[in-house]
Design a protein around this ligand. Structure first.
Ligand code: MEV
Length: 382
């Protein structure tokens, strides 16, 4: 069966065997895919507290998402009817024009230690920076495995905060978490370094926790879609007009970003990543200028084509956490054939951009209800 066959017209079983064949799944992986939910009660019980059962959602697959010249099968776990279809159609438009091009700034997480009751926060910051090497060495003792893999804490920042409850110093450890999302590693490092920081500053250490605003862990994706492939100048105008609305109105920006995250979060969910962390980081990043803006940016090139881009904090991993404890997450990662957290992050961001591209195209032309409701009704009638 080739890629041009009508995937959506197949039965779920036919789609499963198509994916099994295309991704080269083993017999064991195929039978896991057939186990609805793919999570035993025993495994679920090891993941969170007070377990009483499991909860299944559909897994859809986007075919033909091209990022940096590589074509991906992208699994999405989601309940909303048109999400997978929008991503696939956006991906197809992009693929016809060379696909998405992406970069990643590295798996750098920020771990924060709050030091309170400090009367001279600026002098205390200076003292912290004078002890940088000592602090890093201590923090890295918390995760020798990460250090042996070439990761770990590599820099220290300190900033004063004057607050209504007194002066504080916020120390930030910058930690390279490699292929892990790294929440546990960076939280442990903060706890390990806190007593030394109290000693250096004379302050009382309080919160010791990561920041989900992962500004040093960005995926950047761009795409250029020709005016002809998009459907003509009017469609380009429509998308740019929709984008201008979102750029200048936070009420619309919020909805546009919800649509973009309709692409990104289901892939993060499918691969066992923390979607709440991803969403929190994305929306905080959308406000970084002081005004809440869209996560994507669209403009017209000199040749009249549509250029789009997205920049998204991307704290996701392919090792540890749920990627390890949920067997389906491991399987879906292997269907994607990503080999690093960086690669996964770029694919997730590209899926977000693809989703936003097709959603805006649809909203700016016929409208979402007109495009998708008839096929949804047909599906419900069957
Ligand atoms: C619905 O889940 C998402 C949209 O509202 C996004 C948008 O308006 O751009 C369709």
């Amino acid at each position: 069966m080739d890629k041009t066959s009508d995937f959506s017209a197949m039965s779920a079983e036919e789609r499963r065997s198509y994916i099994a064949q295309t991704a080269g799944l083993s017999q064991k992986q195929q039978s896991l895919l057939c186990q609805e939910g793919g999570l035993s009660l025993e495994a679920a019980d090891s993941m969170i507290d007070n377990v009483i059962g499991t909860y299944s959602l559909p897994i859809g697959v986007v075919r033909g998402l091209v990022v940096n010249g590589k074509e991906y099968l992208v699994p999405m776990v989601c309940e909303e009817p048109w999400v997978v279809s929008c991503a696939e159609k956006g991906a197809e438009l992009a693929a016809r024009c060379g696909g998405f091009h992406a970069t990643y700034t590295g798996s750098i997480m920020i771990s924060q230690i709050q030091l309170t009751k400090i009367s001279n926060p600026r002098t205390a910051c200076l003292k912290v920076l004078e002890h940088k090497q000592e602090i890093l060495e201590l923090a890295n003792q918390a995760d020798p495995i990460l250090v042996s893999l070439g990761g770990g804490a590599f820099d220290v920042e300190a900033k004063p905060l004057d607050t209504e409850v007194g002066g504080m110093v916020i120390v930030q450890l910058l930690v390279d978490t490699k292929d892990a999302m790294g929440a546990n590693a960076v939280n442990t490092m903060a706890e390990k370094a806190a007593p030394l920081l109290s000693k250096i500053t004379g302050g009382k250490s309080y919160l010791r926790i990561l920041s989900n605003l992962a500004v040093h862990r960005l995926a950047r994706v761009g795409v250029s879609v020709s005016c002809d492939v998009l459907g003509g100048e009017e469609v380009v105008d429509g998308i740019l007009t929709a984008h201008a609305f979102a750029y200048h109105d936070p009420f619309r920006a919020c909805t546009s970003n919800k649509g973009t995250m309709n692409g990104a979060s289901p892939v993060a969910c499918a691969t066992g990543n923390d979607i709440r962390a991803l969403e929190a980081g994305a929306h905080a990043y959308a406000s970084r200028s002081g005004v809440y803006r869209p996560l994507t940016y669209w403009e017209r090139s000199v040749s009249g084509d549509l250029e789009g881009m997205i920049e998204l904090p991307m704290a996701v991993g392919i090792v540890g956490g749920t990627t390890k404890t949920h067997p389906m997450a491991g399987l879906l990662l292997s269907i994607m054939k990503v080999t690093s957290a960086a690669e996964l992050g770029m694919v997730i961001a590209a899926t977000g951009l693809a989703e936003n591209l097709w959603t805006l195209r649809t909203l700016a032309t016929g409208g979402l209800q007109a495009e998708f409701v008839p096929s949804l009704e047909r599906r419900l009638e069957q």
